[in-house]
Design a protein around this ligand. Structure first.
Ligand SMILES: C[S@@+](CC[C@H](N)C(=O)[O-])C[C@H]1O[C@@H](n2cnc3c(N)ncnc32)[C@H](O)[C@@H]1O
Length: 230
């Protein structure tokens, strides 16, 4: 007999949200051309819960990929797939490239990525064929990083994570790989959990670590400087 799957409360909540979004009456409000397999414009994945969709940061990620045309993209910290869908839409519009998206999924003790929801969201935006989803710990990967053209890091970032990135990926960055990350701005350093856990602030490190704040409003987006990010 097939073992019954037990879904977490979180999964059920989001699956319901997705079902609601897929209601044909609601779908009619979308521009159908945007949903075609070969998309050529960015479609804001508004229904995917993420701190990024508060002010449409996905478009910034999309634009970065369209501008720099990376072949190999790594997305660390997926949650329900917002950033991954935005990166994948750009890969689709570029016509080449691939994404490997990593998360700890259920091994993360706080609000974590849910693979089934991410798969569903990628399917919904016709992007599944462009993305490989894998369970991986960022710190383990950092000890033995695989080459990449663009890395996006969003794992509840703190200054300590940025210090590790710079130390372990400095050579990749100097050789032209782009590392873009959530946070880095002053407002982002002041959010509740940063204060609560006395996390190392990022903004005071921006000159030492040589990064540029791309978006200063919350949630912030920043990237390490090199020949591509000036
Ligand atoms: C803020 S959410 C990511 C949001 C996502 N990028 C988006 O666009 O909505 C942080 C994610 O990082 C994952 N995570 C936390 N620590 C991690 C680690 N050490 N390695 C891999 N993933 C991690 C969590 O499971 C969670 O899904």
């Amino acid at each position: 007999m097939e073992k019954q799957k037990i879904y977490s409360e979180e999964f059920v909540k989001f699956a319901d949200k997705i079902k609601e979004f897929e209601n044909p009456r609601i779908k009619q409000t979308q521009n159908n051309n945007d949903m075609e397999y070969k998309r050529n414009t960015y479609l804001e994945p508004k229904h995917i819960e993420s701190s990024y969709n508060v002010n449409g940061l996905g478009k910034d990620l999309y634009d970065l990929v369209v501008e720099h045309k990376p072949l190999k993209i790594i997305d660390f910290g997926i949650l329900y797939g917002y950033s991954t869908v935005c990166l994948a839409q750009a890969v689709q519009d570029n016509g080449f490239g691939e994404i490997v998206a990593y998360d700890l999924f259920e091994d993360y003790e706080y609000k974590n990525g849910v693979k089934e929801v991410v798969k569903h969201n990628l399917d919904f935006y016709n992007c599944s064929h462009l993305v490989k989803l894998e369970q991986q710990d960022f710190y383990k990967w950092l000890d033995n990083p695989t080459p990449f053209d663009l890395l996006h890091v969003d794992i509840s970032n703190t200054g300590d994570i940025l210090i590790d990135i710079k130390e372990k990926l400095g050579k990749f960055i100097d050789n032209g790989s782009i590392v873009v990350f959530e946070g880095g701005g002053q407002i982002r350093d002041e959010i509740e959990w940063m204060e609560k856990y006395e996390a190392t602030k990022m903004f005071p490190l921006r000159e030492t670590l040589n990064y540029k704040v791309l978006r200063n409003d919350y949630p912030t987006l920043s990237a390490f400087k090199n020949n591509k990010i000036k």
